[in-house]
Ligand binder design. Structure first.
Ligand SMILES: Nc1nc2c(ncn2[C@@H]2O[C@H](COP(=O)(O)OP(=O)(O)OP(=O)(O)O)[C@@H](O)[C@H]2O)c(=O)[nH]1
Ligand SMILES: [Mg+2]
Length: 445
């Protein structure tokens, strides 16, 4: 696995948390020290490592775990979240035919990565074409051609042509649009004006969907500066970080590039064509920390937190203080697709309503409508249902793209819920009214 030793140390930290006698200042300090050491050994920037552990300690002291969760699991989650945080946002990579420009300095792995990427597309059922636009080294063309043969993908080169952009134009004219076209370009020793100018000319012809920078992870932290400079000069959409298999400094490169503003899209993990993996920060950290376990833990937390929220809303409901805000948090905690029966269970004394599939579907649709309307309700109105009259209703309807009567239906529903729960829950007439309001348009029983 990539970053093996970092993973091992971090998993050791988590075990310490799990086994420690008590979560006290002493253990926290020790955990912070261990995390710091692990990060520094992986070449993560000192400042970054320091900030991370400070945040872990601060959060562990100040935040409270949701009801039902233990301190230990809570600490594990904080550590997970803080490490996840330094790896930057998740960037999707769509699998569709697209034009991809590869850029980078000498020997970083551009040509190899172009081949790996072509293979990646082909494996997913999208035909790929490799275009040899490294006009400075004839051997580069042969290298790419070899790769194309191995992969069994399309290939275009024009030996003797010295203008990269001309080669690209010829290639585009030849290949049909349903191919993923990957253009390999020449490397340089530094980001010089000639390199930038050539990339710009190629870009103008190619109009790429992705402009990728290929970076050798052995650069460690300085990979961040390189990414930043390229990003400024040519506007990157992503980075491929290569040779992570051979570098103990991978953590430095990963974290430094993550803060550079250019998202890491792929990791190169070996010399073979299959040694390319999508970089998905969340999954990456999960694997690093030896997850599976952590995944379950995170899900449990989410559940507990939702439960806590819903519980609060239910309490307010019992006290007759049910507002649109409560309704919103309830709908959110269900997930908009959540089964209606769950909602009925959350509303005290309303459980047991029996609806057939048809009614259930209509009801869910209704709840989705309600949820979208709630996005146009302002802060004040969320807390005071009685403000919602006349012009405000019109405004909310316009804002949410729904009809005024639908907004009024939401208000009525919220009001009925409040009444129903406020000591009147056993009133069957009210319950039926609620069901009808939800399943409007359907025959209601
Ligand atoms: N171990 C390992 N080696 C890699 C990886 N990616 C590339 N290499 C090796 O790195 C060397 C340089 O790779 P190239 O793809 O030729 O690099 P380049 O950026 O195209 O180089 P120039 O065109 O000369 O600028 C080759 O020996 C590759 O096999 C990787 O992820 N892991
Ligand atoms: Mg090359």
């Amino acid at each position: 696995m990539v970053l093996d030793s970092l993973g091992k140390s971090l998993r050791g930290v988590l075990q310490k948390v799990a086994r420690g006698s008590a979560i006290d200042d002493e253990l926290l300090a020790e955990v912070a020290r261990d995390i710091q050491r692990a990060l520094l050994q992986a070449d993560v920037n000192v400042q970054l490592a320091l900030e991370l552990t400070q945040r872990v300690r601060k959060r562990a002291k100040e935040e409270k775990p949701p009801a039902g969760a233990g301190l230990r699991e809570f600490l594990v989650r904080i550590i997970y979240e803080e490490i996840r945080r330094i790896l930057g946002p998740e960037r999707p990579f769509e699998l569709k035919p697209r034009r991809i420009l590869m850029s980078g300095l000498f020997g970083q792995g551009k040509t190899t990565s172009a081949g790996k990427l072509a293979r990646y597309f082909q494996k997913k059922g999208i035909r790929a074409a490799l275009v040899a636009a490294d006009v400075h080294r004839p051997a580069a063309i042969d290298q790419l051609e070899q790769l194309a043969k191995k992969i069994g993908c399309e290939f275009y080169a024009h030996r003797g042509e010295t203008r990269a952009e001309v080669i690209v134009a010829e290639a585009l004219a030849r290949f049909p649009p349903h191919l993923a076209v990957i253009v390999d370009t020449a490397g340089r020793t530094g980001i010089d004006p000639a390199l930038i100018a050539e990339l710009a000319r190629v870009r103008d012809v190619l109009t790429p969907d992705e402009t990728l920078l290929v970076l050798d992870a052995a650069m460690g932290q300085s990979a961040g500066r390189s990414a930043e400079a390229f990003h400024k000069a040519v506007g990157l959409t992503g980075v491929i970080l290569t040779k992570l298999d051979g570098s103990a400094k991978g953590g430095g490169a990963l974290s430094a590039v993550a803060v550079s503003g250019a998202p890491i899209l792929f990791l190169g993990t070996g010399e073979h064509l299959d040694d390319l993996e999508r970089f998905e920060p969340t999954r990456f950290v999960s694997r690093l920390l030896g997850m599976g376990d952590i995944q379950t833990l995170l899900e449990r937390f989410e559940e507990l937190e939702n439960k806590e929220e819903a519980q609060k809303a239910a309490e307010r409901l019992m006290a007759g203080r049910f507002t649109l805000r409560d309704m919103r948090s309830q709908l959110d905690s269900l997930g908009q697709m959540g089964p209606f029966s769950k909602l009925m269970n959350l509303l005290p004394n309303l459980g047991g309503a029996k609806l057939d599939d048809h009614q259930m579907e209509a009801t869910q649709e209704r709840l989705r409508q309600f949820r979208s309307i709630l996005d146009s309700v302002n802060e004040k109105e969320l807390d005071d249902l009685h403000l919602l009259k006349g012009e405000r209703i019109q405004r909310i309807a316009r804002g949410s793209g729904r009809r005024p009567q639908e907004v009024r239906a939401l208000i009525r529903y919220c009001e009925t819920t409040r009444k129903a729960a406020h000591g009147l829950a056993s009133n069957r007439r009210l319950r039926r009214q609620l069901e009808r309001q939800l399943a409007q348009g359907e025959p209601s029983g």
